[in-house]
Design a protein around this ligand. Sequence first.
Ligand code: GLC
Ligand code: GLC
Length: 814
Amino acid sequence: MTNPFGRFDDSKREYVITRPDTPLPWLNYLGQDEFFGLCTNTAGGYTFWKDAKLRRLTRYRYNNVPYDLGGRYIYVNDGGSVWNPGWKPIKAKLDAYECRHGLGYTRIIGQKDGLEVEMLLFVPPGENLELWKVTVRNKSKVAKQPKIFSFQEFCLFDAANDMNNLQRTYSIGEVEIDGSAIYHKTEYRERRDHYTLFACTRPVDGFDTSRDAFVGIHEGLHDPKVPFAGKCTNSKAFGWNPIGAHQINLNLAPGQEETFSYILAYVEQGKEPKYDSLYVMNKKVGKAIVDKYSKPGAIDTAFAKLGTVWGDLLSNFQANSPDPHANRMLNVWNQYQCMATFNMSRSASMYETGIGRGMGYRDSNQDLLGFMHMIPSRARERILDIAATQLSDGTCYHQYQPLTKKGNAEIGGDFYDDHLWLILSTCQYIKETGDVSILKAPCSYADKPDAKTDLLHHLEISIAYTMKKRGPHGLPLIGHADWNDCLNLNCFSTEPNESFQCAGDVKDSKAESVMIAGLFLYASREMAALYDFMGKGDDAARMRAGYDDMLKVIETHAWDGEWYRRAYDAAGTPVGSKENPEGKIFIESQGWCVLGGAGQNNGRAKQAMESVHKHLFTKNGAVLQQPPYSTYHVELGEVTSYPPGVKENAGIFCHNNTWINLGWCLLGDGDRALEYYLSICPSAKEDQIETYRSEPYVYAQMIAGKDAVCFGEAKNSWLTGTAAWTFVSVAEGILGIKADFKGLSINPCIPKAWKGFSATRKFRGVEYQIEVKNPSGICKGVKKVTVDGKAVAGNVVPFEAGKKVVKVEITLEA
Ligand code: GLC
Ligand code: GLC
């Protein structure tokens, strides 16, 4: 069965939505640098600069009815018939509709009664603005005089305040109007020296800036007064709810079309004086923006540049494998999603309101793993920002606001896995670039801003913290929770209005995490390899001693007989053990113990993975644990709060599935690795889209597990660690192409049926053209490597500066 709602257009790198009434709003992101817009397939969504909480430019009401309402709307009044090219909010029946989500842009085309309206929405690279290029085409045989109304609602910059402090916000809204330009300047009179500009590139026939005037008091966005009346009121907002709306009257002969654009910009005054005269703002910066994009060709040039930017970014990694899903996801959509998670962390999506979680410490470090190869310089900056929110005792602020870069404890603290992820991102950065100078970069601690420490010191105290903070079995203390935010072993919450993430006291707590132990193995092994690379043998040996110590603890205290246990709770009872009536086996500790190198010599790694297969794997991915918890356990916390089959209570948490994929690669089972990959791959869900419901082009955080009534339904798409880790599991695991300290390591683990694959990987400025052959149908085993025709020993292609293109041929053989 094909997907009735849309299809991939692989050659254009677009997803084409052919029906507006998708099973859920299907989202795209506009913007790649600092200005971002969320844009659904019906043009819904909002924009912000850097920080969805502190610099929200346009307004959006979350959990609205319908879900997705409010956005960049064009209302068309064609001889009294009023409609939107993106179908919503009026939902008039269209004669044709198409939405193309592309890389950094969305193009929506609607047609009714012979009039076609196309909107192309994008943020030009390097700019703090969004452009809406609108083309109106008369495809009928009669002349038409359509009136076109633009509409969007301004947010008063602080999105949280905007939502809940109406006694103030209803009195402070201010705008100025200057020809086709609307300036939203709320709070400019006091502490803001920035504003939002909403302008049109051609003269307008009217405007509105008061929502009450444009929409009405008792009307909604589906029946707004002005578009139906066919005439703007030229209202000037004073308090209440400022909006931006323009009216354009067209006169189109049959076959005639007209194009114009809207500019929605975030403008900072910089050194310019704030006012020209009392109450009249100095509009110089805004005017320059309008001038720039009113020049013929300026918008098309900007759009072409966007295409070049994305073409270049994606050219860093391209593969051609026998699997079409893997190809399109890896080459286009997965990398694209990695840009979104890099920029947004878990802050702003259809499921993250932008006022909740900012940049997560553990999340952002993991997001970097899928982003590193695209723009390492931005990754470097991010690593240092994250590290600066670490505290001098080794723990971390769990999140920070992107605008201020200051950590906060609003969603809790003392997650004792947080600090270790910094080691993974930093090592990955050094492997990608060879740039060890980052370790010397000055980097203080959040609680000691003047400390003269460097990044390496942060990595060292991260290792030291986990080495030191151990529980009764010698396993690392879990603190508030580890990667599994909901495994709250020190929380004991009985108060329904309390946040699980903030409740409880971790001081003197004894609960231990096997997952952190596994992660520690991985991190300390990375540190050892890093020190070897730096020629610091003693430090490497010190790291290896820590590794050996932890490995022993794991093998002694964490093995349950058929899999690794998950944790010990505060009372010392095992979690994730056959001794437990529910929650007998968890996925995370299998993944991390195996990836950390546990169970290698005693068969346990293989057995743990087989247990995952037997107890957790389903056709829609592996569930997080089994059996699910049927009742609330005060000693386990939020994990038992969810109904069975969703989220951390035996949902398919796609993020951790990728660790299992990597585990299969480590064990050399390429068939399983691909099978697991495809089980959560959105592109492979098109034939069950009515169940899956989420976007088929990006990974979701969660798919409902086998214990849920809605088994197979995806939720929380876009902003998930699944993006980065899936990229890693396919690019580095299955295809086996991995940046390493001394060169490019190539060690594929593919399905037996694959005859081979090819890939291009740019690495430290050199383009590696890789050809892998699998003549005897095996999964793993590099037999022969030639580099530019010359045989090379081992499977690391040594980095040689100065070369442009390097041809690598690999033959797999048992
Ligand atoms: C969410 C959080 C992440 C956490 C995961 C599991 O994805 O953003 O930090 O590790 O849930 O609880
Ligand atoms: C993660 C979990 C979610 C939990 C949240 C708390 O996102 O997936 O279940 O409520 O973390 O921060």
